[in-house]
Structures are given as C-alpha cells and as structure tokens.
Design a protein around this ligand. Structure first.
Ligand SMILES: NC(=O)c1ccc[n+]([C@@H]2O[C@H](COP(=O)([O-])OP(=O)(O)OC[C@H]3O[C@@H](n4cnc5c(N)ncnc54)[C@H](O)[C@@H]3O)[C@@H](O)[C@H]2O)c1
Length: 328
C-alpha cells in the first residue's frame, strides 16, 4: 500500500484540501487516476475534525507534533507517493517565539524532507508540495513582484519559508524528491479564531464587515494587500499534488496568483455584496509596524509560472469575496 500525506490537515488551508480530497474519494471510490492514490494520511496536532471519516481503512488521521521523530516514523511506515506539507506556525507566532518557529517551521520540515529524500534515494521520490508564503519578501517591499524578484524576508517566518524552498529545490535537483513550493498570499476568509498570523486582519476586515460588526484596521484605507480565496489556494495544492515537475522554466518555486487591492477597494466590494456601507464598521488605527510590511504590496505583479501550470486564479475582487464568503 502507498500513501498520500497531508500535514496541517486540521488547519484553514490544509483542512480545505483534505476535505476536498476526501469528498472526491468518497464520490469516485474506484477511479484509478484520482490525484492521490493509496491511503490518505492526514496529520495535525489537533484531534480529527468532524468531517474526517473514522470508519475507513483508506483515510487515516494521525494526531501528533510534526516535530516528533515518532510521529514521522509512523507517517512514513509505508511508501509515500505525495506529500502536501502545510503544518507550521504562522508569522506572528514565529516572530514572537524564534525557537518555536525554527523548530516547527524549519527543523521539522527538514526532518520531513529527509524522510522524503531517503525514499527517493531508494528509488521512489515522492511528490512534495510545500506551503510557502509571500512573506519571503521583506522590507522594503519590492515595487513590482514577478517570478524572478529576489526574496529578502524581514520576518523569521519568511526566513524559514525561504530556506525550505531552497531545500526543496535542491532535493528536486538531485532527483530525491519531486518538489514544488507554492507561495500563498493572504488566504481569506479565515475563521475568527486567532492563529497568530500577522496578516490576519485581511480576513477580519472582510468577515466582520460582511456580518455588520465593528472591526479595527491596523492599516490605512489606502494600504494595498494581496488576497487569494480559500478555494484557489486549496485547488492550487490539489493541482500541484496531481502534477509533476516544476514550472516550465524548471523553477521549483511558484507564486500563486493573488489579487492586489486596497482596503478601500475591498470594503467597496464588501458593500456591493452586503448592500451596506462596510466602511462604517471599520475603525482605522494604522500601526507603523504593520502598515509598511503588510500594507504596501505592489500592484505591478505577474504570475507567469502559475499560469503556465494552470493554477487557479481569482480574477475579480467581488467574486473572490463572494466565493470566500460562501466557503465559510
Ligand atoms: N492562510 C494564509 O493566508 C497563508 C499564507 C501564506 C502561507 N501560508 C502557509 O500555509 C500553511 C497553512 O496555513 P493555514 O492558514 O492553514 O494555517 P493554520 O494555522 O490554519 O494551519 C496550520 C496547521 O498546522 C498545525 N500545526 C502547527 N504546529 C504543529 C505541530 N507542531 N505539529 C503538528 N501540527 C501543527 C496547526 O494545528 C494547524 O492546524 C502554513 O504553513 C502557512 O504558513 C498560509
């Protein structure tokens, strides 16, 4: 038996991916060419959510710390054909606790990659799809971002993401894994539970104004952020898991398509959807530590690699917010 492994399967993006893989498996049980074959192994430090079936031999939830060697041993007890690695601590947590960020985001990822590479060295290189982030870009944020824009992180979180991207590129160059890193933008609309993401205000602003609740914005109305819908993030992972190789230019790092929008434009889109003036619910308190890093994303952007890989793309802000709202 082989396995497909999803880490961080209890999280916002990993959970959406795991659910869609389970749904397609339940809907088409005998389809041989489904993206991920073999057992579906879902892992997270939290217990299995309600949506995870507990009565199937081909769908397994393994609860544990991704930094634990014992858990890794269990996860790789059978050959793994594909891995979507989404477990990790997010930006604010990694910034507040350097050691924790290094342990979970870097050391645990390296240990997971070692497992994957050992399997590849024995002749079965697994597909590895890694959840990287636009946080690989740092201050001052570039005035334009293209596939070749050099990364220069200013947060520990971004440093950890960038190192992992390089390790995945190196493992792929050696043929020990078939890896690809997907840089996610601000995926919305995250549930209200605080998970420590410094950019979490993007979801807060949309969720709360849609529900006609007051919300504080740590950035000004002119601040520009990058957004992507949960469905586009989820489907980018599903597409990359089912695919092979890197981008057509050989690169193993791909920026997922995102929409650049100002807070004002976002609130106007929310107003159009809700029929209420969204701005009336927002108290603007721009934070000088947040605005330059999270509110100055360029509008001059291109996503050639992602487009050539047919990764999904949100094309319109109102549609993005409507689809993200429908997914909550
Ligand atoms: N959501 C975004 O906007 C965004 C943007 C860029 C990158 N990313 C990256 O995508 C991935 C998923 O993001 P998300 O928004 O779903 O985050 P999330 O916080 O909702 O999910 C992460 C999951 O990892 C799990 N986890 C954390 N530490 C763990 C540990 N030690 N052992 C086992 N599990 C552990 C958490 O329990 C959680 O379920 C992360 O790696 C994140 O850095 C997300």
């Amino acid at each position: 038996m082989t396995a497909c492994l999803i880490t961080g399967a209890g999280g916002f993006v990993g959970g959406a991916l795991a659910r869609s893989l389970i749904e397609s498996r339940l809907a088409r049980p005998s389809l041989p060419d489904r993206p991920v074959s073999g057992r579906l192994i879902l892992t997270d430090q939290i217990p299995p959510p309600d949506w995870c079936p507990t009565d199937r031999a081909d769908i397994v939830w393994m609860q544990g710390n991704i930094a634990s060697a014992t858990l890794l041993e269990q996860l790789f007890s059978e050959p793994v054909t594909a891995v979507a690695h989404l477990a990790g601590v997010v930006s604010g947590t990694a910034e507040a606790d350097f050691d924790l960020g290094m342990r979970i985001n870097l050391d645990a990822t390296r240990a997971l990659l070692e497992r994957c590479m050992a399997q590849g060295r024995a002749g079965r290189p697994p597909r590895v799809v890694y959840a990287s982030s636009i946080a690989v870009h740092g201050l001052p944020l570039p005035t334009a971002i293209h596939d070749h824009t050099p990364a220069s992180p200013s947060l520990s979180y971004g440093v950890q993401k960038l190192i992992n991207e390089i390790l995945i590129t190196e493992g792929s160059r050696r043929g020990w894994i078939d890896g690809i890193s997907l840089r996610l933008a601000g995926v919305v609309i995250r549930p209200a539970l605080p998970n420590g993401a410094l950019s979490g205000f993007n979801s807060d602003l949309i969720r709360e104004t849609l529900a006609a609740r007051r919300v504080v914005s740590p950035v000004s109305p002119e601040a520009v952020i990058w957004l992507q819908s949960l469905s586009s993030a989820r489907d980018a992972f599903a597409t990359a898991l089912a695919g092979s190789g890197g981008a057509p230019d050989g690169a193993r790092v791909v920026q997922c398509p995102a929409l650049a929008a100002s807070i004002d434009e976002i609130l106007r889109a929310v107003s159009a959807l809700s029929g209420r003036d969204a701005r009336a619910w927002v108290d603007f308190c721009p934070n000088p530590a947040i605005e330059p890093m999270f509110g100055r994303w360029p509008r001059r952007i291109s996503f050639d690699r992602a487009r050539r890989l047919n990764l999904p793309e949100d094309r319109d802000l109102t549609e993005l917010i409507a689809s993200a709202h429908a997914a909550t």
